[in-house]
Design a binder for this molecule. Structure first.
Ligand SMILES: Cc1cc2nc3c(=O)[nH]c(=O)nc-3n(C[C@H](O)[C@H](O)[C@H](O)COP(=O)(O)OP(=O)(O)OC[C@H]3O[C@@H](n4cnc5c(N)ncnc54)[C@H](O)[C@@H]3O)c2cc1C
Length: 271
């Protein structure tokens, strides 16, 4: 039987902050529910209160401006990103990664905010947000703070969010507009699946950034590779930044090998 909880649907940010403050230890935010509900079903999470973040004003807002860049509210789904003309044209890297996340049906529910707060090492949106220099706007009854995604992930399924805080918005800086990238994701099956490893390479002007998923306790950003590096040198730099493990999806050695293969393959695009 599903663990019983009380469902709350706050209609304002102040109401959500107050509920979060009252239920620091026994409350969970519900976005698309694609991680939360399976966790509750499997008994991994037993919240007494579930607070729906989708009814907040602005929660589903996906807006672009020259001044602020791209702003995603807490309820913006993966398919919202893929459907947005601005995202496709100005920040195609987000779409490259969004396409690889689960199936169309899951992408209709799954939010970008939920994906990063869940903080799985195999998150498919984290590599794009890391490479684009995105920031998380965190809010609580005490106020607001902004954290770059480079500092957001704290370990497997851990973030820097404090009790009583939620991820209100994700900001992708206007300066990252036009960055291009490719994401290679190794899976056990041809259809949708969590990654064995994922390697994203993003080019913006002369700069190259790599981000790797499923290869360390958190998704990893690598900024030390240059287009002048040999493929072997680039692979060495990326491998030095990760620490893959062996698990049900693949061995440490297989992951390391495939990260090297993917880095070389991606770098060939700019040679
Ligand atoms: C069949 C299936 C396949 C999947 N495949 C992939 C895949 O290929 N790649 C991948 O990356 N993921 C995959 N996932 C995982 C999942 O879909 C994503 O992580 C999803 O983006 C989570 O978003 P959500 O809106 O469903 O979050 P929820 O399940 O609603 O929430 C996730 C967690 O974050 C918390 N939370 C949510 N929003 C906020 C917020 N704004 N502030 C604070 N806390 C918050 C919740 O309390 C919960 O702990 C898959 C899931 C399923 C069921």
């Amino acid at each position: 039987m599903l663990h019983e909880f009380k469902y709350l649907a706050p209609r304002s940010v102040a109401e959500l902050c107050s509920a979060l403050s009252d239920h620091r230890d026994d409350g969970k935010i519900l976005a698309g529910g694609t991680d939360l509900i399976p966790n509750i079903r499997n008994g991994l999470m037993k919240p007494a209160f579930v607070m729906d973040a989708k009814r907040l004003p602005e929660a589903a807002r996906l807006a672009w401006s020259e001044k602020d860049g791209l702003s995603m509210g807490t309820a913006v789904t993966i398919n919202d990103l893929l459907r947005s003309k601005e995202t496709r044209e100005l920040f195609p890297v987000l779409c490259v990664c969004a396409h690889e996340l689960a199936s169309h049906q899951v992408r209709n529910r799954a939010t970008v905010a939920g994906n990063v707060v869940n903080a799985s090492p195999c998150s498919d949106m984290a590599p794009a947000l890391l490479c684009l220099g995105a920031r998380a706007v965190l809010r609580s009854a005490g106020g607001e703070r902004t954290v770059p995604f480079g500092e957001f992930f704290a370990g497997v399924k851990k973030t820097v969010l404090k009790p009583g805080e939620f991820l209100e918005r994700i900001l992708v800086p206007a300066a990252s507009r036009g960055a291009r990238g490719s994401y290679l994701k190794l899976k056990r099956i041809a259809g949708h699946d969590l990654g064995i490893v994922g390697v994203l390479m993003v080019r913006h002007g002369d700069s190259i950034r790599f981000a790797v998923s499923s290869a360390a306790p958190t998704p990893v950003l690598v900024e030390s590779v240059s287009a002048k590096d040999s493929p072997d040198e680039a692979a060495r730099k990326v491998l030095a930044a990760v620490s893959p493990i062996s698990d049900v999806r693949g061995t440490k050695e297989y992951r390391e090998h495939m990260i090297g293969v993917y880095v070389r393959r991606l770098l060939a695009e700019v040679k």
